[in-house]
Write a protein that binds this ligand. Structure first.
Ligand code: EPU
Length: 346
């Protein structure tokens, strides 16, 4: 036993994943001091075997028990590392809860993360899938990421450019066995540059009678919109959007759009592609509110798979595959899961 980390054998993971499905870790290592990672990973089981880093457990599905060792990062410090009056750099440890961090920044008069309010999970998980909502992706606000590199056994700092952020994507997601994010530095501003283009947020602010909102008012509007649409994982197990919005060739988007005038089509990452609404495609196939045993689709949002209580990860995965197959059959569009699936291939 060390004060820098703590070990537990056959640790239950049900309370550590927001789907609330049962799973166990053969060995769970709770790391209190990330500076101890290089020494910890000299242990052969960690150095050579599979390792799963678990944050809030809000973006994964345990279709089986994870192999090898599960690592959690416990440290939760937040501090301003550079302050030039207008802009600030804020460093947060991986273990900080994401929404608590957003509230901390707003409480310190720092704008930039307000659109990302109420996203479940931790700061350390945020860069992995480049969390995004209401027109902002976290990669735009990240200055640097500190991460333990398993290939060198050392902690390293990556610039935002080195993180290769894309839509729900990053270098950390592309190299899943390599990095353990230990802290993230954000570039935030005291002069708000609000991004209010997303229709739902503008409507919500208008409903509240606010025409020149503060960043905190934007955060409140985002919270209300999310609470209205997305089931609370503390009440009904889920991992947010289960599928990414598919990126397809512009020609396919155009032909689908003319056959189905309601289909929302968004710009893609380049001129030749478009992003379609996975929720709309799934809804059109009749899945919203569907339930098979305790595995189901939210009645509020077609993109959210839910656990009504006793569903297993493999039951939820089976449902996800049925949904994807029906969307493919009807629209010719392949859906891909957003959460990481543990123990099975998509
Ligand atoms: N829609 C339906 N049926 C539904 C729900 C939505 O047809 O049941 C259609 C509506 O036309 C709506 C459109 O889908 O206008 C888009 O819906 P929404 O605004 O809820 O956004 P989304 O594309 O489904 C994405 C993110 C969310 C994020 C919201 C807001 C992905 C995979 N999901 O959802 O992120 O909160 O935009 O920015 O990109 C998450 O990643 O876990 C997540 C919740």
């Amino acid at each position: 036993m060390s004060s820098a980390w703590q070990l537990a054998e056959r640790a239950p993971l049900r309370a550590r994943n927001t789907f609330g499905v049962p799973a166990h870790a053969g060995m769970l290592v709770a790391v209190r001091d990330p500076a101890s990672l290089p020494a910890l990973f000299e242990n052969a089981m960690l150095r050579d075997g599979p390792v799963l880093v678990l944050g809030g457990g809000s973006n994964l599905l345990f279709a089986a028990d994870p192999e090898g060792v599960v690592v959690t990062l416990e440290r939760q410090d937040i501090r301003i590392t550079r302050d030039d009056g207008d802009s600030c750099t804020v460093r947060a440890d991986a273990g900080v809860q994401w929404h608590a961090f957003v509230m901390w920044t707003l409480g310190h008069g720092l704008a930039g993360l307000e659109n990302l309010s109420l996203i479940p999970g931790t700061v350390g998980a945020a860069p992995i899938q480049n969390i995004g909502a209401y027109g902002v992706e976290v990669g735009e606000r990240i200055d640097r990421v500190e991460a333990f590199d398993r290939t060198t056994g050392a902690i390293r700092t990556l610039t935002s450019g080195e993180c290769a952020f894309g839509y729900r994507d990053s270098r950390f997601k592309q190299e899943p066995d390599r990095w353990i994010v230990t802290a993230v530095e954000f570039r935030l501003s005291r002069t708000p540059q609000l991004r209010l283009g997303y229709a739902g947020i503008v409507d919500e602010l208008a409903r509240a009678g606010i025409d020149s909102p503060s960043p905190s008012q934007v955060a409140e509007a985002v919270c209300r919109v999310r609470q209205g649409k997305l089931p609370d994982p503390a009440v009904l197990g889920n991992a947010g959007s289960f599928f990414k919005n598919p990126i397809v060739a512009a020609e396919l988007a155009e032909s689908l759009g003319s056959q189905h005038p309601g289909l929302p089509v968004f710009p893609g990452p380049d001129a030749a592609s478009r992003k379609l609404s996975a929720a709309w495609l799934i809804d059109a196939c009749g899945w919203k509110g569907f339930r098979d045993g305790d595995a189901g689709v939210s009645a509020r949002h077609a993109l959210v798979l839910v656990n009504h209580g006793q569903a297993s990860g493999s039951q939820l995965l089976a449902l996800a595959r049925r949904i994807a197959a029906s969307v493919h059959e009807r629209f010719g569009v392949a859906l891909e899961p957003e959460p990481r699936i543990i123990g099975e291939r998509w």
